[in-house]
Design a protein. Structure first.
Length: 150
């Protein structure tokens, strides 16, 4: 197994545990923070648009949004212009949680980069962004392929 894949997975899993522990008072899991961040940044986004934005399957987005709606973080409405679409809006509770989410994510980033010089931090951010862009491009190419060639 590639060390970059193994290490990335370990960072991701550790980050999930760290964030979930700190979101306790909010009643959020680490998987739900990206939904709140993106719905707050794009009020009225469609569920499908959110799915594409955060690279999560549509059924998982619907399930997580249902949970967030029950907890009072989002509200969903049928798009009056296209009844097939569901629009997602943040509630005041989500806007208030956003500050906590940003603080926790900032703390996690700072802890991960601890011991690195400013130049090394910038390089790490640059390489992570390049790798993420490559991942996005791969998925975009895969989505354009006919079903039988995937």
């Amino acid at each position: 197994m590639s060390y970059i894949i193994s290490n990335t997975g370990q960072i991701w899993r550790c980050g999930n545990l760290y964030r979930t522990a700190r979101y306790g008072e909010l009643g959020l899991g680490s998987y739900q923070d990206s939904y709140i961040v993106n719905v707050c940044a794009h009020p009225g986004i469609t569920q499908e648009g959110l799915s594409r934005l955060i690279f999560v399957h549509k059924s998982n987005v619907a399930r997580q949004l249902g949970s967030l709606e029950e907890k009072g973080f989002v509200r969903r409405e049928t798009d009056p212009a296209d009844k097939r679409n569901t629009l997602v809006y943040p509630t005041q509770k989500a806007v208030e949680a956003l500050g906590v989410i940003e603080k926790v994510n900032g703390e996690w980033r700072d802890l991960l980069l601890e011991g690195l010089s400013e130049k090394e931090r910038e390089a790490a951010e640059k390489y992570a962004a390049l790798i993420a862009e490559n991942a996005r491009k791969i998925l975009e190419r895969e989505e354009k392929k006919p079903e039988e060639t995937r």
